[in-house]
Design a protein around this ligand. Structure first.
Ligand code: AMP
Ligand code: ZN
Length: 368
């Protein structure tokens, strides 16, 4: 008999007993077999079932309640942005390998005939053997695919002039594209990122980031998911990338909230908390009310990853999810979140008091 590892236990919980004898299905295979994700034949590109979308929407509602007191401005963009804005963003300095550009046919009538002939030849062959000659006349359009939900926002805010006294908080959600095909269901090529973006002084942005690390942890705790927050770095491209990544870590600019998703040993970043310092403020010429270069930061919720974590840890039947999780997503979401946040605040206050007392005790010891 196989030893039941942590991993297998989680898998068994998620999969029921449909796979007692055979080798365990991977999470990806099991999600597809259960109709939760729909295979398109392309790694990292999935259709979503009704039940998957229902969970995403309920999570999104919960996140909206979590951030309501910030009175964010809600903005929604299609999953593409202006190529010129993208060029200005410096994304290509860091992640040229992940970017997706949009091309379109730019030929004339005879070019069209050539395209059709090449296509005729291509479709006779199976996937792996097809030539992409029909694409010879595709030219870049003025659009690129959005790489992170906050990217379309900076130029828009910049065009409005100086920030108000309190800065701004913007709420966005968008499908994002990253060219990182993978069999890991948590690493998709197109996925939704829900973000709050803070524009303001360094103090405002740092306080915002700390607050969201706490709120994100409250949400994930209420979802009965194991939570761990850690310092992180982005996967900067190329030989120089390591230096940039090391500097990002040394300055503690990025934290991630990690949850085991595809397997128990590898934790997956489900929320990210970024402090960009004045990078975007400088780039886009965004200023505070006092005329200083604005600092920015964002919290990004990986909607698919959190949803996958829920299926992974609580099983594929949402009706059988733990009562607290069901009550949070399908019940009185707002009241539960308010209660969770109040409890976390009380626990933090108590911890601060205990450590102050311990310090006072230590001082008394020294003085005695
Ligand atoms: P990042 O900008 O890389 O910090 O991404 C923000 C959030 O988006 C991450 O914390 C993830 O939850 C999510 N995310 C990033 N890349 C992917 C991907 N390839 N597939 C699914 N979710 C992703
Ligand atoms: Zn962002």
């Amino acid at each position: 008999m196989n030893t039941i590892t942590d991993n297998a236990a989680i898998e068994a919980a998620a999969l029921g007993d449909q796979q007692t004898e055979a080798a365990p299905l991977s999470l990806r295979d099991a999600l597809i077999a259960n109709g939760i994700l729909i295979d398109t034949g392309e790694n990292g590109l999935y259709g979503r079932s009704q039940v998957f979308e229902d969970v995403i929407e309920r999570l999104s509602t919960a996140i909206a309640f979590l951030g309501a007191d910030q009175q964010p401005e809600i903005l929604r963009f299609p999953p593409a942005m202006r190529r010129t804005d993208f060029e200005d963003s410096e994304y290509l300095k860091s992640f040229p390998n992940l970017a997706g550009t949009v091309h379109s046919f730019a030929g004339n009538d005879s070019g069209h005939q050539r395209l059709l002939r090449a296509l005729d030849d291509a479709v006779k062959l199976p996937d792996g053997e097809r030539s992409d000659e029909w694409m010879d006349q595709q030219k870049p359009t003025r659009l690129v695919l959005t790489p992170a939900a906050c990217y379309p926002v900076y130029p828009v805010i910049a065009r409005r002039g100086a920030l108000p006294e309190d800065g701004r908080v913007v709420d966005v959600m968008s499908y994002c594209f990253r060219h990182e095909p993978s069999l890991d269901p948590g690493r998709m090529q197109m996925f939704r990122m829900r973000e709050y973006i803070r524009f303001g002084t360094p103090e405002q942005v740092m306080a915002f980031r700390q607050m969201w690390i706490e709120r994100g942890s409250v949400l994930v705790n209420l979802l009965n998911l194991p939570v761990e927050v850690d310092l992180a770095n982005d996967p900067f491209f190329g030989r120089g990338g390591k230096i940039v990544a090391d500097s990002q870590r040394a300055q503690a600019l990025k934290f991630e909230l990690l949850i085991p998703v595809a397997n128990a040993d590898a934790k997956t970043a489900c929320l990210s908390f970024n402090y960009h310092m004045d990078h975007f403020g400088e780039l886009w010429k965004i200023h505070t009310a006092d005329g200083e270069v604005a600092h920015t930061g964002c919290v990004g919720f990986g909607m698919e990853r959190i949803t996958l974590a829920l299926f992974r840890h609580h099983g594929f039947d949402v009706n059988a999810w733990p009562d607290g999780v069901r009550a949070l997503l399908w019940g009185d979401t707002q009241a539960r979140l308010a209660h969770g946040m109040a409890e976390a605040a009380a626990a933090a206050a108590k911890a601060a008091q205990t450590s102050a007392q311990a310090e006072a005790g230590a001082d008394a010891g020294v003085n005695a």
